[in-house]
Each structure stands twice: as structure tokens, then as C-alpha cells.
Design a protein around this ligand. Structure first.
Ligand code: ADP
Length: 171
């Protein structure tokens, strides 16, 4: 079984050690995947996030998963796309790296990522996927399972193409 898997699914429903959230710098919730994770984890998550006092772009923070199946949530703050000349690629890469660092510290064996920055933050999907998969490949030896949890069909197709996967994993 390959360690990196691409699925098209709701990340809040996954039974993995850690799910990663595409958070914003306030860590106080938002729309998209962040809102879905906050709803599924319950109000304790927002309380825990409030205590963290925010997180700069390109970094990540960890909290328990509360009512989620996942033991932990890593809140990673990706960049807002504004043309690509404001360090967006470096910031996106650094946010995936920070998430892996925290996941290893927590001794997680399985982790799932959404397509960070590709929603409201408008990062071009294929460019974002190349960065995500590169950092995943660099870190996958420390995990049993690294899941690229795409929500929309477009991202799922891009990830599958880039991973060279012909498998039709759907979970
Ligand atoms: P950002 O602000 O980082 O762009 P968004 O939440 O707007 O964050 O979007 C990030 C990605 O998460 C998008 O590709 C979006 O389709 C996806 N997404 C939204 N809801 C979910 C969910 N429940 N599970 C997994 N991915 C999701």
C-alpha cells in the first residue's frame, strides 16, 4: 500500500491520528474546511484555539481533536494568493513542513491534509498540489498513512495525476 493516498472526502469524517486544518492567522474559525472542522469538533476546539493567541502565516499549531475521531488537529495557516511574488510558495511549503513537524512530535502515524490555500485563499490548485505532494514525499517515511483529502473533484484529479496514481482509492 502506498503511504500517500489521494481521496475525495470530507476531512472531518476521517479516522486518522491527525487532521490538518486550513486555518487563518486568528485561529478563531472561518468558513470552508475550518468551519466544518470547528462544527464537527465542538465548541471546545474554539476555546482551545483562543488560548493559542493566533498563528503567523506559514506556521502551524496543534490542539486536541475533541469530538472528532482524530486525536489532534493541526491548524496550518497557508498564504493568501496575491500573484505569487509575495513569498506564497515558500509560505505554503513552510506551512506543510510545520504541520509535519508537529505531527512527528505528537508521534502520529496517520495524518490527513486538506488542499490548503486553494479555497477562499485562491492559490492556483496545481501549483499548490505540487508543493503539498513534494513535502508529503519528503516526510512520508515516518508515517503509515499520509492522506491528501481533496474536497472538490478538480483537486482530486490534479493530485491523482501528479501522484501518477491510477488507483481509485475513495477512502
Ligand atoms: P483556504 O482559506 O486555505 O483557501 P478553504 O477552507 O477555503 O481554505 O479551502 C481549502 C480547501 O479545503 C479547498 O480546496 C476546499 O475545497 C477544501 N474543503 C472545504 N471543506 C472541506 C472539508 N469538509 N473537507 C476537506 N476539504 C474541504
Amino acid at each position: 500500500m502506498p503511504v500517500i493516498k489521494v481521496i475525495q472526502y470530507d476531512i472531518t469524517a476521517l479516522d486518522v491520528d491527525i487532521i490538518v486544518n486550513a486555518a487563518n492567522t486568528t485561529l478563531l474559525g472561518g468558513g470552508g474546511v475550518d468551519g466544518a472542522i470547528q462544527r464537527a469538533a465542538g465548541p471546545e476546539l474554539l476555546e482551545a484555539c483562543r488560548k493559542l493567541g493566533g498563528c503567523p502565516t506559514g506556521e502551524a499549531r496543534i490542539t486536541p481533536g475533541f469530538r472528532l475521531q482524530a486525536k489532534w488537529v493541526i491548524h496550518a495557516v497557508g498564504p493568501v494568493w496575491s500573484g505569487g511574488r509575495r513569498g506564497e510558495p515558500q509560505l505554503l511549503e513552510s506551512c506543510y513542513r510545520s504541520a509535519f513537524r508537529l505531527a512527528k512530535d505528537a508521534k502520529a502515524r496517520s495524518i490527513a491534509f486538506p488542499c490548503i490555500s486553494t479555497g477562499v485563499y485562491r492559490y492556483p490548485k496545481e501549483d499548490a498540489a505540487r508543493i503539498a505532494l513534494r513535502v508529503m514525499r519528503e516526510n512520508d517515511k515516518d508515517f503509515r498513512s499520509v492522506v491528501a483529502c481533496c474536497f472538490d473533484a478538480e483537486n482530486a484529479a490534479i493530485y491523482r495525476k501528479l501522484l501518477g496514481s491510477t488507483a481509485k482509492e475513495d477512502e
